[in-house]
Design a protein around this ligand. Structure first.
Ligand code: ADP
Ligand code: MG
Length: 498
């Protein structure tokens, strides 16, 4: 796709400020195309002769005469004689032009000035159909276009850079509702959609000749716009829930305020949807909160039950189950604070580490260190991964240093060390748990049916996370888990939709 900026640089001698002016014009020209019921082309002289098309805008109020993309195309002067004339004479030129294929269009060429200098030509092109008598709306819109066209020729339109540019999908458009104010800010025309918007605001009286304030409408945008000769946009609310966006656009003549075009957009449904989304957000948080509470209840029940058992083995088994459940609760806890489908996993890690430290059975002190980052993970990855890390840390805490007591105590100050490292690269997350303990037992096989913890780990990694795990002994034990994480998951997600 070619941008106007690229075309300007490649084909013309216009400078940066000229480009800003033309871009400003193009930011507004959806409105101009709609008002004029015509296609708009912006052309500037090409360095090599002829004119280059910098931009193109189709009307949303009628059919286009240019279904094809014309941006960046260079045309000979002979191909667009009216544009060439307007450029040479420095004034507006009207006429007809051959499109090829025997098709003809009406063309109105408007010189675009900035601080007295001619920059480009704005060409309004519409079909040459047999015209029926235009209605009031059409006549009003076309005459509004004429007023903007004069402002373009005088260099008064677009407004200075940074002035309330009509960007964004929420921005009101001509089809949403138009009112025209005279130089005294009195209403002289309201389009049917504008009348509807007024009705929703509770205004049913005859509008003509009145100021908005006299209609009981918050008109604060209008006086500000009239005083500053700049466009101003506000949102007006009428309790309980009607919201209308009002954009006041000054119409200038010879540098003086000559009235204004006001675009109105009924935002009620949009804002209601926003509120629904917000409350949906709150419900999602609430659900995570409840899941977390339920998991914590289960883990408390297991703890109570463990206390009543006399068998050591039974107690240990219940304690482990309790910890697995708590690591899942940790994920929901984070999600209940911030309702997104992504979890900042690094916030969960300290919790998992603390649980492992509580599980340490070793005659020497054991220190757990963490390095690296996991970043944001979707909940479907975060929950099983939290359980996996819990198991691996726990094994290190429980098995790596357990038998050291049978060996002669090392030098004073010797301690067990467990290192958890998280790395995100190339669409994968690698988790390494390394300890400096006694290493894996003879004949160790990952996930023997008899060993519950590592069986769970193997299942979660391979089946739920689609990843791999290896365990090896050297100086201590190293467990390495690698799981795919979609690259998109690295970006914070927006509010959940759907
Ligand atoms: N970091 C480690 N250091 C030494 N031995 C380990 C380590 N991790 C696991 N093991 C060995 O693997 C066995 C299986 O572990 P696991 O499946 O978690 O069951 P459990 O922890 O209930 O014994 C452990 O009993 C232990 O012998
Ligand atoms: Mg275990």
């Amino acid at each position: 796709m070619t941008t106007p900026a690229e075309v300007v640089r490649e084909h013309t001698d216009l400078d940066g400020e000229d480009l800003t002016h033309l871009q400003g014009l193009m930011a507004w020209w959806g409105m101009l195309a709609d008002l004029s019921f015509a296609d708009l082309l912006l052309l500037a002289p090409d360095r090599e002769g002829g004119f280059v098309i910098l931009g193109q805008m189709r009307p949303s109020t009628t059919q286009t005469v240019h279904p094809q993309d014309l941006v960046g195309r260079v045309v000979e002067e002979a191909g667009m004689p009216l544009v060439a004339r307007a450029w040479r004479l420095r004034e507006m030129v009207e006429g007809e032009r051959e499109l090829g294929r025997g098709e003809r269009v009406r063309s109105e060429c408007i010189p675009v000035r900035r601080e007295g200098r001619l920059l480009a030509v704005l060409d309004r092109e519409s079909p040459l159909s047999v015209r029926r008598r235009p209605g009031e709306l059409e006549r009003t819109y076309v005459s509004l276009f004429g007023r903007f066209a004069r402002m373009v020729m005088e260099g008064a339109f677009p407004f200075p850079y940074g002035q309330d540019v009509p960007e964004g999908e929420e921005s009101p458009r001509v089809g949403d509702g138009v009112i025209v104010l005279d130089e005294g800010a009195r209403l002289v025309y309201a389009s049917p959609n504008a009348v509807n918007a007024f009705h929703r605001m509770g205004v049913t009286s005859n509008l003509a000749g009145l100021r908005l304030a006299e209609l009981g409408v918050d008109d604060s945008a209008v006086p500000t716009s009239f005083e500053t000769a700049r466009p101003v946009t506000v949102e007006i609310e009428r309790p309980p829930d009607v919201v209308v966006m009002l954009r006041c656009i000054p119409l200038l003549a010879g540098g003086r305020m000559d009235g204004a075009l006001v675009l109105l957009r009924d935002m009620t449904d949009l804002r209601r949807r926003d509120r629904l989304l917000l409350s949906k957000d709150a419900s999602i948080k609430e659900v995570h909160h409840r899941v977390k509470n339920n998991l914590q209840t289960i883990s408390s029940l297991l703890r109570l039950q463990a206390r009543r058992l006399t068998s050591e083995e039974g107690r240990d088994a219940l304690r482990e189950a309790e910890r697995r459940i708590q690591s899942m609760a940790a994920v929901h806890e984070i999600l209940s604070r911030d309702a997104r489908d992504q979890v900042p996993f690094d916030q969960i890690v300290p919790l998992l580490v603390r649980m492992a430290e509580d599980a340490v059975v070793a005659p020497c002190p054991v220190r757990v260190e963490v390095s690296g980052h996991a970043g944001e993970l979707v909940a479907e990855v975060a929950t099983p991964l939290a359980v996996v890390i819990t198991e691996l840390l726990q094994n290190a805490a429980q098995h790596a240093f357990a038998d050291l007591s049978e060996e002669p105590q090392g030098e004073e100050g010797e301690e067990g060390r467990v290192h958890l490292d998280l790395r995100r690269a190339g669409g994968r997350l690698t988790v390494r748990v390394q300890d400096n303990g006694q290493g894996l037992p003879e004949g160790f096989r990952l996930g023997q049916p008899a060993s519950l913890g590592l069986s769970i780990v193997k299942h979660l990694v391979a089946d739920q996370l689609g990843g791999t795990i290896t365990m090896s002994s050297g100086a201590g034990t190293l467990a390495e888990v690698s799981v795919p994480v979609p690259e998109g998951a690295a970006q914070p997600a927006g509010p959940p939709v759907g």
